[in-house]
Design a protein. Sequence first.
Length: 206
Amino acid sequence: MKLNTFFPQDITLQSVALQIGELTPLPKQDLYVALLSSIVSQQLSIKAAATIWQRFENLFPSNIPTPDLLLVKTLEELRAVGLSQQKAGYLKNIAEYALKISWKDDSFHQLTDQEIIKELTTIKGVGQWTVEMLLIFAMNRPDVFSVGDLGIKQAMVKLYGLENISNVKELQKKMLEISEKWQPNRSLACRYLWKWKDAKQEINMK
């Protein structure tokens, strides 16, 4: 599929895609590990998150934080690698859940996006945004739109002239309306919005 056919109903995003060019396909990931990683990386820079994640992996044989091994780690051991007590608790919650359901990726791949969100947000510490990122980056689900993502909001406000909408609910409603034009490629649209925002930030810093 050519770039200019991705978003035929939206000339603004089509222009963004043409400026940025084709994006690298995302490899599928182990969902359990990807969920742990997403918790570790929340509210951290890419560099800090990578450092803490590597220290976390080093706690386990072959760098694999299996649920049974993670659960026997103390909060003190997890905090020693740079995790907050809250995040350490969330990781243990995920491990408990994984053991309870005998986690198998295949069972999740059979569910719809909304079913996965509903299921995984039952884990304390796992919110909708976290699962949406899992759907996009680990599962390659093609039509996910994360209306609550700050980067997407900032990009859409600039690109679509939404600066005058101060009410959060009204802004999200407008964002959802715009995103309907991108179906069934909303995950790709999100990636282009993030790329566009990052590129603008780099220009402004020069």
